[in-house]
Design a protein. Structure first.
Length: 264
């Protein structure tokens, strides 16, 4: 927030939460007074308008001259039932019943929590296996009886990551109850048109049919080695977990960042 006045100004901060794109449920908001490290609860009141359920609350703060940052902490009591669900947040700064500024944002609800537990920084050319471990938790309100997990790798080109050659030049395995199993690269689909975006699955090593129930946490173990076919150059790799629930009528895509490494 920017206060262009030369002195501190007492303002009201009015917050409004829209649950139009989120399951119905409780939401808690905490805020920090400027210059304080402690959190205070903000009392929220329900308000239904036009069939939409909103929550709103207001608190006062002393806004110093210049730029300052107001910290808020939102804790949803509901769990997502689909991907892309979010709580819309509107913040309005008010002084003497006059609106000074309005900011709008969206807080996405988390379907999956992915934690990196270990992972090598480098994959050696012509060397042995480098291992990478994750812990994945289903934080949604539904069971996922059949999900897909993609692990893909890429080449570093002018700071960007493109999965052109590196996936085929590296061997990727994941650990099952019966030992290590190769991740396969799906056969290429139809050649995309000039306006189409190529699917990540065209270049990804794929693990499929892994169930993950509500509140269930599973460890996932991967290992990678260079096959000897990787051409010279600067190569960067990524293991990024993407879970997909394929239902009868739609596909729900859920993703989370993973581990980055280098090939040397």
């Amino acid at each position: 927030m920017d206060n262009s006045e030369s002195r501190r100004s007492n303002v009201d901060v009015s917050l409004s939460l829209s649950l139009e794109h989120a399951p119905k449920g409780d939401v808690a908001i905490e805020y920090q007074d400027l210059g304080s490290s402690s959190w205070k609860n903000l009392r929220l009141s329900p308000k239904a308008t036009g069939g939409k359920e909103d929550l709103s609350g207001t608190f006062q703060t002393a806004l110093p001259s210049g730029r300052s940052t107001l910290n808020l902490r939102l804790t949803p009591g509901m769990r997502p039932t689909d991907s892309g669900q979010s709580i819309d947040v509107t913040a309005r700064i008010i002084k003497a019943r006059t609106s000074l500024a309005v900011a709008r944002g969206s807080a996405r609800l988390t379907n999956f929590q992915v934690e990196r537990t270990s992972g090598a920084e480098y994959v050696q050319r012509g060397g042995g296996w480098s291992e990478y471990d994750f812990s994945v938790k289903n934080q949604s309100a539904v069971d996922y009886p059949k999900i897909q997990i993609l692990a893909f790798l890429c080449e570093e080109v002018e700071g960007d990551c493109s999965a052109a050659e590196s996936t085929s030049a590296l061997s990727v395995q994941w650990k099952t109850a019966n030992g290590w199993k190769d991740l396969e690269i799906p056969p290429p689909g139809p050649t995309p048109t000039s306006d189409a975006v190529q699917s990540l699955e065209d270049e990804a090593a794929l693990v499929s049919d892994i169930p993950l129930s509500r509140d269930e946490t599973k460890p996932l173990h991967f290992r990678i080695k260079e096959t000897g076919d990787l051409r010279a150059g600067s190569w960067q790799g990524q293991i990024q977990l993407t879970a997909r629930l394929k239902g009868a009528k739609s596909t729900t895509a859920l993703s989370s960042e993973g581990i980055a490494f280098h090939v040397k």
